[in-house]
Design a protein around this ligand. Structure first.
Ligand SMILES: [Fe+2]
Ligand SMILES: [Fe+2]
Length: 343
């Protein structure tokens, strides 16, 4: 990327100043502020039984009680490993933003996000150490972060990370905070969520003005990047239950092997479950990241153009542009997005 000095030290974007000020005040320390004295039960750290779709598959139900507990521990370790690796990706993209954003106050803000992400890597690594093992990053997640880091433009980095990856993560953290039975994980999620709400807000606040100022050709180039990022994520979902993603994820397959589950049986059961309409029961208030947070935010900043809408249509990716849910979670005076626990 181009070297980007900024010798005008005037702050003009108040929302970025506010995000920076808030970030400085809200720094927390995993070693000092998280109570690590609670016992962590690796077999039930995250998931509420009633929402545990995979637990209802025959291949899992025929396991002994202790095998099922082992499965839950490794499932959780696999999921949280994705958070851990994603946080490392966020650490690198935030550092790249610090380098590349043109405004002084944006550099200050991005430096705080870099430190936030370093603390997130630390806290998830510490927690997963107590669960099982760290599993490899899912290929689609690594691909998305690699593409973002190599995009060469700060607006693309902010779209790929702050809007797409962190938009997804914000919903996931919110849902996990509501569902987990592990006090330590709840405390971690609470703290991480507060930081992530600033990171997502940065994308919303800063990208919109930059896109509006662009020449039309440049805007279309940005819109193409946004489409590619959304497509990587959409493909990774592999259908509503994610069976496509799981069967082609070496880390997930390794997890099944570690627990002694046959991959072929597992995939067959997932396909049957999907065909018979078995769905995870989502609790009221469950946030759908793609529909409620990510897509409306991309539309609002101008990263989805009339021309790129056709690409989404051709790929069968619906565009949700209803801002109601997103806006109900935002507070312009505070400058960030906050999802209340009972939302
Ligand atoms: Fe993070
Ligand atoms: Fe983040």
């Amino acid at each position: 990327m181009e070297i980007c000095w900024q010798f005008d030290y005037e702050i003009e974007i108040d929302q970025l100043r506010n995000l920076y000020a808030k970030a400085k005040q809200q720094q927390w320390d995993a070693a000092r502020d998280i109570d690590w004295s609670h016992e962590i039960d690796p077999s039930r750290p995250i998931i509420d039984e009633s929402q545990f779709l995979l637990g209802r598959l025959p291949v899992i139900q025929k396991l002994s009680k202790s095998q099922q507990e082992t499965f839950r521990a490794h499932m959780s370790a696999h999921l949280l490993s994705q958070f851990l690796h994603g946080e490392q990706g966020a650490l690198m993209t935030a550092a790249a933003l610090t380098h590349a954003v043109p405004d002084y106050e944006a550099k200050l803000y991005a430096a705080t996000q870099t430190m936030d992400e370093a603390r997130h890597v630390e806290v998830y690594q510490t927690y997963i150490d107590r669960l099982a093992i760290i599993y490899p990053i899912s290929p689609w997640l690594k691909h998305l972060i690699d593409v973002t880091l190599q995009s060469g433009h700060w607006v693309k980095i902010a779209i790929g990370m702050n809007m797409v990856v962190e938009g997804l993560a914000l919903g996931a953290f919110h849902n996990m905070r509501r569902q987990t039975r592990c006090e330590t994980l709840r405390a971690i999620t609470e703290s991480v969520l507060r930081d992530e709400s600033r990171h997502v807000a940065f994308g919303s606040v800063y990208v919109g003005a930059a896109v509006a100022d662009m020449h039309e050709d440049e805007r279309e180039d940005i819109a193409d990047f946004a489409f590619e990022a959304v497509k990587i994520m959409s493909d990774a979902q592999g259908g509503p239950d994610g069976k496509g993603r799981r069967a082609s994820d070496p880390g997930f397959v390794q997890m099944l092997e570690n627990v002694g589950i046959d991959t072929g049986d597992f995939v067959r059961d997932l396909v049957n479950a999907s065909a018979s309409g078995l769905r995870a029961k989502l609790p009221p208030g469950h946030v759908h990241s793609f529909r409620d947070l990510m897509m409306p935010a991309l539309v609002r900043v101008g990263a989805i153009t009339e021309r790129s809408r056709e690409r989404y249509a051709a790929a069968g990716i619906p565009i949700w542009d209803d801002l109601t849910k997103l806006e109900s979670l935002e507070d312009p005076s505070r400058g960030d997005i906050e999802i209340p626990e009972g939302a």
